[in-house]
Structure formats: C-alpha cells, structure tokens
Design a protein around this ligand. Structure first.
Ligand code: GDP
Length: 528
C-alpha cells in the first residue's frame, strides 16, 4: 500500500466501543447501526445472538452457555466512506477486566443511557475508564418513546455525576406517547416522530427559520411540547456550554443526542454527526520510542484481550490485537517485543461482519484476532521494522470481588501453582497473598473472570480448584513504610499483590472510614 493510500485507509477508520448499563439499549442501537451499514438485513440478528438463538460456534463452553461468540465482539461495517469498528463491552455477569481493557483499544466511546433511569452504576464505571484515557465520549439518551426523566435533569446529571460538560445536539419534543419529534439544534430543523411498524424515523424534517422557530406548521408551533422544547433550547443556547470541538476530542465535553433506538428515531442523525466529529485512529505512545503515528508504514499493535478456547484438544486461544500503525497483510512476519521472537501472522481472523467482501488486510485502527498457542500475553507489543516498539503498559484495574482459592487435591500443588502463575500473568485474574495465613486470594472486577479461571485451571492445567466466595471488598494500597501488621482487624484483610506491594481489603466503606479515623496519617490509595 502506498503512503497516500495507507493514510487514506487510516483516516477512514472510526473505532469505538458502546458503553452502557445492561438494558439501556446497547444491543438495539448496535443493531440499528449495523442496519445502516448494510451488514445485517434484518433487525433482531444481534438480539438473537444475545438470547442464544444464534448459530452456535465452537468457542469456549462458557461463551456458548452465555450465547456470546468471539467473532461478534468486534463488528465492522462501512458507512459513507468510513470504515467503522465497534468493539463490544459486555455487561451483566460477563463484565470483566477484559471489558475495561477493550476501552484501551478504541479511539472514542458512545455512552447509551436509559432516559428513564439516568446514569447507572456500570455506565459510570466504564465512563471513568474512558475519562482516564481522555477519549471523546458521545452520549445517546435512549428510550424517548417511553416516559423518561426531565431532559434538563438528565443533562444536569451528566455534568454533576460524571463531571463532563454536556452539549445537547437536539431536544425531545414530548416523550413517551406524546413524543412529537426532535428539535435538531445541530441541523437546524425539527424531525418529526412517526411511530409504527417499519417507520424509518429521521426522514420527515421541518425547516427552522433564522431565529430557530418553525417556519410553517402552525399546529405544531402552538403545541405546548414544542414550546417547551423551544424554551429549553433557548435557555441552553443562552446559559449552556458552547460547542467546543477541542473539548469533545479531549473528552471534556460530550455531545448529547436524544432518541429511541427501538423506534430507530434519531439514530441516523446521531451516526452521521458522530462520524463527523469522532477522531480517526490516534497516535500511541511507547515506553521506548515516543509516539507512533498510525500512518507510520511499519506495522505495530498490542494485545488487549485474550480469549481462551476451552476445547482441551486444541488449547488455542485468540489474542486480540489493536493495530496502531501500518498495515497487516496475511502471512507477514512480526517481532514479539517481550521475547524478541519472530512470529508469522498466518492464522488470523479479521472480524469482517460483511462476508461478501473478503478482506485480507487491515490497517491502523482495525482489530485482528491471532490464533495463539500460548505465545502472547495481554499487553504484548508486536511490530515490524528495525526499531523496537514497546507500547505503554496497560493499566491494572482495581478488583472489586474476591475469592479464596486452593487446590482440591493437595497432592497436585505443582500444577495448581503453575496454572495460577500463568493465568495471573496473562491477566485473567489478580492474585493476592494473605499476610497472616499465606492463603491465595483472587480478585476480579466481574464474576465471569472466576468462572473462566476455574474452567481453565481444570482444562489446561488439570487442577481442580476450590473457590470460597469472599464477596465485595474495597482494595486500598498502603505505603509499605507506614505498614504495621497490627493494623489488621476483623474488618480488613492485609494482603500482598503479585509485586509484593501491601494492601488492605476492607469489608466496606465503613470499615475503610473506621481505619482512616484510627490511622489518620496513613495514606491509602486506589489503583486504576
Ligand atoms: P442492552 O442490555 O443494553 O444491550 O439493551 P437491549 O438493547 O437488549 O435493550 C433492553 C430492552 O430495552 C429491550 O427489551 C429493548 O427492546 C428495549 N429498548 C431498547 N431501546 C429502546 C427504546 O428506544 N425504546 C424502548 N421503549 N425500548 C427500548
């Protein structure tokens, strides 16, 4: 690929994740986007997959049970000259550190909020990771075809709870049964809501005059919902934030779109404006060579997720790689930075949802899946060219739930230790050791991580494990110089992480506050 062509291809990429609390409408909106991309021809395809009615692939058993499949965790489609990669961030019990790490591989995020509920816990957690990375966040206030909370409250909540400036791109005219349309501030028009089967909303527009008033349609003009929307827009125009592209790019301002994913209302406009402002693939910083531009002709990328295939006869896995620069071609040789080994990339999946096209190359911004027999680890860098490339370390996320783990068969300590060591190194779970008893304690952000751990210990290391749930804990690191083993109490457990750093696992917030009162000079920190 010539330089110009590479730059064109890279510039057309938009790689993002949709973050939301379960049931906010992530699946529904994803499906509408795929419909616009011409990838699925029927609504309900993604949904069917979620409920388990979809054709089963031969991936790991746990996945099958849950109806998720590896290939569907990256969806790719083309729309108006852009190539879009949507990375799935699973919810419910599937929530795991992988979910967080997926956010390390995207250039922006779409946050879907159920407008009747506002910000829910999981949205907040995922938002915080996006904020930490400083990536742009676009908000879709969903389910306006149902009675929702006051739009002004929802905007206020974004600012107060998440600490981000909100810029409403449109405003709902009515809601629920009274939903009349959207006052589209950005496109300077009113889009009328047509309900009913097959209604492709987003098609009937009424122009606004230079004052922002409807030019004709006296009836709607007199409608109290319209007047209400108009007043709110005016208020926001006067007293609200001004549209600031730089702030959007730095993740300090979020454009907010009201709509309904189910009624396909406001989704197309959202997609088009999103594609206009969402950034192309960003440069990535390395530990040894400054920043690497996506258009650099040398190929580079990092592993952000490893999906194990539980079939004991195959024992292979897929390492998900975010391409950071250059172009991948089938069969190319790369260097794996950690081991300096040459690897041939010949067994690779490309997550092209549109099967009509057989793509055998991918560029910066795209995600490829490498079939792996145990060579790759989470956080690994791969590259071509003479210069060593070592991307920044992926952050470690503070675990929230814990189990005590031991080998069922005391005679099989060797395989137990080997398994734990390797799975911890791979980033499947976090490992802690109790100061007082030497017990092994595992930490995770989601229950699925423990299930996968237990399954893989048995299948890959032939080690049956006993896991004793300990529930949720607050993990707080302590400066080793300030540590006194007497600080342990019945409400906290003193442990070491795998680097030997000490931390307390507190029962709850009260236990943590009690500790802080008792030892006011001791610094506690939460890693992220
Ligand atoms: P996810 O868990 O975030 O993927 O949520 P889903 O997309 O599965 O949606 C959860 C439920 O909300 C489903 O029953 C959807 O049909 C419904 N839903 C999604 N979007 C809308 C919407 O805009 N309006 C209404 N009324 N229901 C919606």
């Amino acid at each position: 690929m010539s330089e110009v062509k590479l730059a064109d291809a890279v510039n057309s990429r938009r790689t993002f994740a949709i973050i939301s609390h379960p049931d906010a409408g992530k699946t529904t909106i994803t499906e509408q986007l795929l419909l616009y991309g011409g990838v699925v021809r029927e609504a309900g395809t993604v949904k069917a997959r979620k409920s388990g009615n979809f054709a089963k692939s031969d991936w790991m058993e746990i996945e099958q049970k849950r109806g998720i499949s590896v290939t569907s965790s990256v969806m790719q489609f083309d729309y108006e000259g852009k190539r879009i990669n949507i990375l799935d961030t699973p919810g419910h019990e599937d929530f795991s550190e992988d979910t967080y790490r997926t956010l390390m591989a995207v250039d922006s995020a779409v946050m879907v909020i159920d407008a009747a509920k506002g910000i829910e816990p999981q949205t907040k957690k995922l938002f915080q990771i996006c904020k930490m990375r400083g990536i742009p966040i676009f908000t879709f206030m969903n389910k306006m075809d149902r009675d929702s909370r006051e739009p002004m409250d929802l905007i206020g909540e974004l600012e107060e709870v998440l600490g981000i400036e909100a810029y409403p791109m449109n405003w709902p005219i009515g809601m629920g049964k009274e939903l009349k349309g959207l006052y589209d501030r950005y496109n300077h028009q009113v889009t009328l809501f047509k309900s009913g089967e097959g209604a492709n909303a987003d098609s009937d527009h009424l122009a606004l005059d230079e004052n922002g008033d409807l030019s004709d349609d006296e009836e709607l003009k007199q409608d109290s919902w319209y007047q209400d929307a108009r007043d709110n827009m005016e208020l926001i125009e006067d007293a609200g934030n001004s549209f600031d592209e730089d702030k959007i790019i730095s993740g300090d301002q979020t454009p907010v779109f009201f709509g309904s994913a189910l009624a396909n209302f406001g989704v197309k406009t959202f997609l088009e404006i999103y594609l206009k402002y969402a950034p192309r693939p960003a440069a990535h910083s390395t530990q040894n060579d400054g920043e690497i531009e996506p258009t650099d002709e040398n190929f580079s990328g990092f592993v952000f997720k490893i999906q194990a295939n539980m079939n004991p006869n195959h024992r292979d896995r897929i390492a998900f790689v975010r391409i950071c620069s250059g172009k991948f071609t089938h069969g190319m040789d790369v260097t794996l930075e950690r081991t300096s080994k040459k690897m041939r990339l010949s067994n690779v999946t490309q997550f092209m949802a549109d099967t009509r096209e057989n793509v055998d190359s991918a560029v910066a911004g795209d995600i490829i899946g490498l079939y792996d027999t145990g060579n790759y680890q989470i956080g690994d860098s791969i590259y071509t060219g003479k210069n060593d490339v070592k991307f920044d370390k992926l952050p470690q996320f503070t675990p929230e739930i814990f189990v005590r783990v031991s080998a069922k068969n005391v005679m099989k300590q060797k395989s137990f230790h080997k398994g734990i060591q390797q799975l911890v190194q791979e980033g499947a779970v976090q490992l802690y050791t109790s100061y007082s008893t030497g017990d092994y304690i595992l930490g995770a952000v989601g229950q699925l991580q423990f299930e996968v751990f237990q399954f893989r210990m048995k299948n890959e290391y032939n080690s049956d494990v006993i896991m004793e749930p300990m529930g949720t804990k607050k993990a707080r690191w302590i400066n080793p110089d300030q540590l006194d083993e007497k600080m342990g109490s019945s409400r906290n457990i003193l442990v070491k992480d795998r680097n030997g750093d000490p931390l307390f696992l507190f029962e709850n917030r009260f236990a943590e506050n009690w500790f802080k009162d008792k030892y006011p000079n001791v610094e506690l920190s939460e890693k992220l």
